[in-house]
Ligand binder design. Sequence first.
Ligand SMILES: [Cu+2]
Length: 160
Amino acid sequence: MRKISALALAAPAVALVIAACGGSSSSSTTSSAAPATSATTSTATSTSTATSATSTASGGAAAAALTLAANPSGQLKYDKSTLTAKAGKVTIAVTNTAPLPHNVTIQQGTGATGTVLGATPTFQGGTKTLTLTLKPGTYTFYCSVPGHRAAGMHGTLTVS
Ligand SMILES: [Cu+2]
């Protein structure tokens, strides 16, 4: 009985402290923080929507998507020059925030030419996902927009 009454006394004391803070100048800080919180919440919602769409597109494969991004400042290169994956279903999520359109094209082997196995559309802004079923081997990823591969927009994908 004594413990319960002690708690009952403590709770109103805490409430009084909170009320005192809320009534002071700190109320302006509280109101400015509220919009930021709701903005974060809406971003998180759209991200989770995109994630579920991606997993549906990749057919529920357990393997995590590889990520590749075009240089955001417009240089003709990707953020990686090598990618590695396990044989089977390989998903590459390609982001292009550069001020010009790019794509990612996957070619068999590392020669100047080779069989093209798949490609994202040429796009600007956002992320496109490319899923291919690949055997162990070496592949080249490059941008097929004229001049981009020659300028350095390519790399090697190793599948084992
Ligand atoms: Cu390009």
